[in-house]
Design a protein around this ligand. Structure first.
Ligand SMILES: Cc1cc2nc3c(=O)[nH]c(=O)nc-3n(C[C@H](O)[C@H](O)[C@H](O)COP(=O)(O)OP(=O)(O)OC[C@H]3O[C@@H](n4cnc5c(N)ncnc54)[C@H](O)[C@@H]3O)c2cc1C
Length: 362
């Protein structure tokens, strides 16, 4: 379940002390480069952008392959799992693990092998030639290869009560948190295919799923809408908006507004899922990298290669299908291996040797 704790500084979590401005083994601290203001670019073989499960897994693999990665991990270090409490489906944790604690472990593991991590956002990039150039916190980074692992953000309704009760019954991930609502009644808001799919998924646990949509028809596909309508556990609340999530310690009810008339309704529920979409974090890259129809970064075939040779992509920023920590981590691993092979092929090319296993978009 999510909560809105988004730590940026040292805080105790499950016995682990997190320092979110940490910088690897200290051999060449990034903050010194940042603070020195020398104007000199920082050079790296690979820069990884993003410090969620995809970015930090890529960092572990790249560091263990002696690529000495620099991770420009974002101001919101640790990614989406930092707004989550209990994670019960990440393999290796039979008793579950707190989201921030899991990300602290990822980070510790990456740093153990020498990854240097900076908690800043990449503001702009120039991927027009090699070395690639990236700017973050007033410093220019130059890199032979780049892994983009900037993730995606769930879109929330933006009401105060929704934020206050995140992790206390409010969630944006049915796959992750549906299990917590066995034999309970839940509400879900949204009208696209994802909302319909998540409503159907929730019927595996919840005794009743209240699907709330502000229009009189769904935007999702007809087949999904038919399945939803035929499911006796789903009750539709069309022409309704969620005005407030009611509850002090946990979700108790929803206050619904009507778009087709006056008045309000109270709906008693134990949980509330927001399924109104995700926004991939592509702003710094959209002028260079190809996007798909939904605005996610595109990869080539079975690899993590982007449309630019030497730039690779991993995690939720290219995946609107699975959106799980373990799939993002898996893709981070693939991206690091792709980078390793790509760099090897570049070096072989320069030395006039035949390249083995080269990964390229072109
Ligand atoms: C409420 C909630 C609960 C969830 N629960 C679970 C669960 O129980 N189990 C599970 O498997 N999955 C869960 N998920 C999904 C899981 O969190 C994601 O699938 C996973 O975090 C994706 O990893 P990622 O590395 O691709 O991206 P993210 O985790 O989104 O990380 C992206 C990183 O990129 C950084 N970034 C973005 N833009 C920039 C930039 N311009 N420059 C530098 N850095 C940048 C961000 O700061 C962040 O560090 C949950 C998601 C939510 C929202």
């Amino acid at each position: 379940m999510s909560d809105d704790a988004t730590p940026k500084t040292t805080r105790p979590l499950g016995g682990i002390s997190l320092n979110f401005i940490s910088e690897g083994d200290g051999s060449a601290p990034l903050s010194q480069s940042v603070a020195s203001g020398t104007g000199k670019p920082v050079e790296a073989r690979v820069v990884i952008v993003g410090s969620g499960p995809a970015g930090l897994t890529a960092a572990i693999y790249a560091a263990r392959a002696n690529l000495e990665p620099i991770v420009i991990g974002g101001v919101a270090a640790g990614g989406q799992l930092m707004i989550t409490s209990e994670v019960e489906n990440y393999p290796g944790f039979p008793d579950g693990v707190q989201g921030p604690e899991l990300m602290a472990l990822f980070r510790k593991q990456a740093e153990r092998f020498g990854a240097r991590i900076l908690d800043a956002d990449v503001e702009r990039v120039d991927l027009g030639g090699r070395p690639f150039r990236l700017w973050a916190a007033g410093v220019e980074y130059r890199s032979e290869a780049v892994i983009v692992a900037t993730g995606a953000e769930a879109i929330w309704l933006g009401i105060e009560s929704e934020t206050r009760l995140r992790g206390r019954g409010v969630s944006a991930c049915a796959t992750c948190d549906g299990f917590f609502f066995r034999d309970k009644e839940v509400g879900i808001v949204g009208g696209g295919d994802s909302a319909l799919e998540e409503a159907l998924f929730l019927t595996r646990f919840a005794s009743k799923v209240h699907l709330i949509h502000r229009r009189d028809a769904f935007r999702g596909s007809k087949i999904m809408a038919t399945r939803v309508a035929a499911n006796p556990r789903i009750q539709l609340h069309l022409n309704r908006t969620v005005e407030e999530v009611i509850g002090s310690e946990h979700v108790e009810a929803l206050r619904l507004g009507k778009t087709d008339g006056a008045g309000e309704e109270l709906l008693a529920v134990d949980g509330f899922f927001v399924a109104i979409g995700h926004r991939p974090n592509v702003a710094a890259f959209r002028d260079w990298l190809e996007l798909d129809k939904k605005g996610y970064l595109k990869t080539e075939g079975a690899t993590t290669a982007s449309n630019i040779d030497g730039v690779f992509v991993a995690g939720d920023v290219d995946d609107h299908r699975y959106r799980q920590a373990v799939t993002a981590a898996g893709e981070g691993c693939r991206a690091a291996i792709d980078v390793e092979r790509w760099l090897e092929a570049q070096e072989a090319h320069v030395a006039g040797r035949p390249a083995a296993n080269a990964v390229s978009a072109r």
